[in-house]
Design a protein around this ligand. Structure first.
Ligand SMILES: NC(=O)c1ccc[n+]([C@@H]2O[C@H](COP(=O)([O-])OP(=O)(O)OC[C@H]3O[C@@H](n4cnc5c(N)ncnc54)[C@H](OP(=O)(O)O)[C@@H]3O)[C@@H](O)[C@H]2O)c1
Length: 325
């Protein structure tokens, strides 16, 4: 059996991605073979493509997809052929029409959730789950700062915050993205290309600042984010859209008010099936109740993956992007 996959033989720009035909084996023990209907596009895919994150070459790309189970390997008990499923924590290689995946990464999709929605939320939505429910467990009384609020993770965060009663101040890179974040539940938005977000957060909170900042932008917002946090508050640096944060002297945390900092990743929050199933159930519950509607703002055929990467890197996308094999 053959399938089309995206492969990277050397790291670099979008041009290093090649669509090639490869054989697909029967699923081994603990694996399922999935006929993929939609694939999630994520910033982390660009980190692997560019070499910021290393993997042995040549390698596939993509961590997130949804589709139908076609065949089940030995020892897999929670899935059967014909199940509609999704996964969001890899392994690398989701940019494919057909593939084998370790079954412990895979959950069944409720009937009300489409393949495209499944492919758009398993990485991004479960990230918001752990950010809001585990890293800093929001109670509903807080005002928080969330960067890139009109992005894939961002629009889910806006809605999740609204569902919790949390006032989310979101930064965005254009007036159009500001409207989008607001319409998805952001309490206030700041265009950080034209406004000083540190001053605006101080003004919006009456000088109190916020107990927690969720920062997926990285290098460009790092220091400003620290200036938005109340004494002894938490900096959650969970991404590097503008480049990684490097060269930090720990004493800056003392200067800015005895701050805490964490650099979390989804993989460590879904290590066991129980944790994955619990988190997915909470996310799917919010989606089926209508509290979270997944905004798929861009769709690309898999063959146009280079354009998708270029758009994501150039900040031309909003909400979630999916690739269609
Ligand atoms: N640690 C984890 O577990 C985890 C999991 C998922 C995602 N993430 C991280 O979360 C962040 C968002 O991921 P996503 O896939 O949902 O992407 P996204 O938010 O849809 O896209 C990234 C956004 O970042 C903003 N941005 C600011 N400066 C940028 C720059 N110099 N270049 C490009 N974009 C810039 C842009 O929004 P504006 O135009 O509004 O500024 C852009 O649209 C990424 O950093 C990603 O790595 C981390």
């Amino acid at each position: 059996m053959q399938t089309m996959v995206v492969e990277v033989a050397r790291t670099g720009g979008p041009e290093v991605m090649e669509l090639v035909e490869r054989p697909v084996a029967d699923p081994g023990p603990g694996e399922v073979r999935v006929r993929q209907r939609a694939i999630g596009l994520n910033f982390i895919d660009m980190y692997y493509r560019s070499g910021l994150y290393a993997a042995p070459l040549p390698h596939g790309l993509g961590m997130e997809a949804a589709g139908d189970v076609e065949a089940v390997g030995a020892g897999v008990r929670h899935l059967k052929a014909g199940d509609r499923v999704a996964y969001g924590s890899g392994p690398l290689g989701a940019y494919a029409a057909l593939r084998c995946v370790p079954a412990h990464h895979v959950v069944r999709l409720p009937a009300a959730i489409s393949y495209e929605q499944g492919a758009a939320v398993m990485l991004k939505g479960l990230t918001v789950q752990y950010l809001f429910r585990q890293t800093y467990r929001l109670q509903g009384t807080e005002t928080i700062l969330f960067h890139a609020a009109a992005g894939g993770v961002g629009l889910i965060a806006c809605q999740w915050a609204r569902a919790l009663g949390v006032k989310l101040i979101g930064t965005v890179g254009s007036p159009e993205k500001a409207r989008l974040a607001k319409s998805h539940g952001a309490w206030e938005v700041i265009d950080y290309r034209t406004e000083n977000f540190v001053e605006r957060v101080a003004a919006l909170t009456g000088g109190a600042k916020v107990p927690v900042v969720y920062d997926g932008v990285g290098k460009d917002t790092w220091e400003g984010s620290l200036d938005c946090i109340q004494p002894r508050g938490l900096m959650v640096s969970y991404g590097s859209a503008s480049g990684p944060v490097t060269g930090v002297s720990l004493s800056i945390l003392a200067q800015k008010g005895s701050l805490y900092v964490t650099r979390p990743t989804l993989a460590t929050h879904v290590v066991s099936r129980e944790r994955l199933e619990e988190s997915a159930a909470e996310l799917f519950g919010l989606m089926t109740s209508g509290a979270i509607r997944v905004a798929i703002e861009q769709r690309y055929p898999l063959a146009e993956v280079a354009k998708a990467h270029a758009d994501l890197a150039a900040r031309r996308t909003s909400g979630s992007c999916v690739l269609i094999p």
